[in-house]
Design a protein around this ligand. Structure first.
Ligand code: LLP
Length: 419
């Protein structure tokens, strides 16, 4: 459930009429709802109540400092995948003691900084990474808290680009060899084994693949325990999907967690989860203005002022985002449109074959854009990145200014003399 709704035919975010935002900030523009973010985070937290647990929001989904600050204040931990994300969490006032660090390519510098900050755990994804971490920890005079990210070889049944738990994926350590890696890790003087981790993919529509993974993980955990290697926490990653289409039905965090908690039974392991999309996705929309309507022999195009550089998901995964008018009744007759951006690529579309009653100058809202929207944006075609606005009840906060041309070009320098 989110807090974007129509009131008297006009789209609102919480108590704010979206037209107010369009008037003041223009388009393209991301708008987030604080109440929705908080509601979603709390749903995960309460799904795990009664057990020791930590909800580590996956920063990559939406890493705006204000979003991190809001979640940090609720007590959230954070799942990071880079030094840059750690920097953001710290700047937003997040607790480094609640940070888990995932990712297959951590550098020595990133390890050093994360160790200095005292993060909760490194989710180690290869043997080479484990050896380097042991070395860097020795140099820093600290023990590195580690869980091995296990690749359980389970098909998450999602888009191949966001499926991560199969043998052929680059993620984690094959469950067959993970036992030996744990044994070696236990002998490394600067490695402190604290947990086990897996993340099998994103936009999962039910928990059965995750249950299958957890079953495998639990077998490994008991084998480890029998061999004197004890585990404090089990991190089951993120991945719960969100409804993108009207009528899509997704499990609630509680429904999603239920079979997993059954599997865990009376065991006392702390549970860590790393949801990103399910917290931020439906807490954000992208506003875009219609520039032109162009009718060709075979298609009607609605050419809008946002593009694949602002929201990459449709172009990259042929992802479907609902597109709705900000003003409900335009008086136009409805037609089927491909909603496309100004970028010079045929793959630059926001939505295809959408029934809309629209005219140029009107504003559309692209729904479910709060996760992997702004964070995947770029300057492709030299387009400055959009503004980000956060609505909190009847208040509007600009949480990131629209990028200016100067800012976009700031890091480039002319060659002094070119002959
Ligand atoms: N933990 C790890 C280790 C991850 O790699 C991810 C996402 C998450 C947690 C959070 O997953 P979530 O709860 O958001 O599903 N750009 C793609 C999604 C990529 C997900 C990458 N990893 C998209 O727009 O669909």
């Amino acid at each position: 459930m989110d807090y974007f709704h129509y009131h008297d035919g006009h789209l609102h975010a919480e108590d704010i009429d979206i037209r107010e935002i369009v008037k003041a900030w223009g388009t393209p523009c991301y708008v987030y709802s604080r109440a929705t973010l908080e509601r979603h985070w709390r749903a995960f937290d309460s799904a795990l109540s009664g057990r020791r647990h930590l909800v580590c929001y996956a920063v990559k989904a939406n890493s705006n400092l204000s979003v991190l600050h809001i979640l940090g204040r609720l007590g959230s931990g954070f799942d990071i995948v880079s030094g840059g994300e750690l920097e953001r969490v710290l700047l937003a006032g997040g607790d480094p003691g609640k940070v888990v660090f995932s990712g297959v390519g951590k550098t020595a510098d990133e390890m050093r900084i994360a160790l200095e900050q005292g993060i909760r755990c490194f989710n180690v994804e290869s043997y080479g990474e484990l050896e380097l971490l042991n070395k860097i920890a020795a140099q820093s005079g600290r023990q590195a808290p580690v869980s091995i990210r296990v690749n359980p070889d389970v098909d998450a049944g999602t888009h191949p680009y966001i499926s991560t738990g199969l043998k052929e994926n680059k993620f984690g350590i094959d469950i067959e060899t993970a036992f030996d890696v744990y044994r070696d890790a236990a002998d490394m003087p600067y490695i402190n084994i604290t947990g086990i981790d897996c993340h099998i993919g994103s936009q999962l529509t039910d928990s059965s693949p995750l249950s299958a993974s957890l079953e495998r993980l639990l077998l490994l955990v008991s084998r480890l325990e029998q061999n004197g290697i004890s585990i404090h926490h089990i991190d089951i990653g993120g991945g719960l999907g969100i409804p993108y289409r009207p009528g899509d039905r997704m499990p609630s965090p509680e429904e999603y967690m239920h079979p997993l908690l059954e599997l865990l039974g009376e065991s006392s392991y702390e549970i860590i989860i790393e949801p990103g999309r399910a917290i931020a996705g439906n807490a954000g929309i992208l506003l875009t203005n219609i520039l032109y309507l162009k009718e060709t022999e075979t298609r009607n195009f609605a050419i809008v002022d946002s593009a694949m550089n602002d929201l990459l998901r449709p172009a990259l995964y042929t992802a479907w985002h609902d597109i709705i008018p900000v003003q409900q009744s335009s008086g136009e007759s409805a037609k089927i449109y491909d909603v496309v951006g100004p970028v010079c690529e045929t793959g630059d579309f926001i939505g295809k074959e959408r029934r809309l009653a629209i005219k140029p100058g009107e504003t559309l809202a692209v729904r479910s854009a709060g996760a992997y929207g702004f964070t995947m944006s770029s300057n492709y075609n030299s387009r400055p990145r959009p503004a980000e606005i956060l609505v909190d009840g009847n208040r509007i906060h600009e949480i990131r200014r629209r990028e200016s041309f100067d800012e976009m070009l700031r890091l480039e320098q002319p060659i002094p003399s070119l002959d």
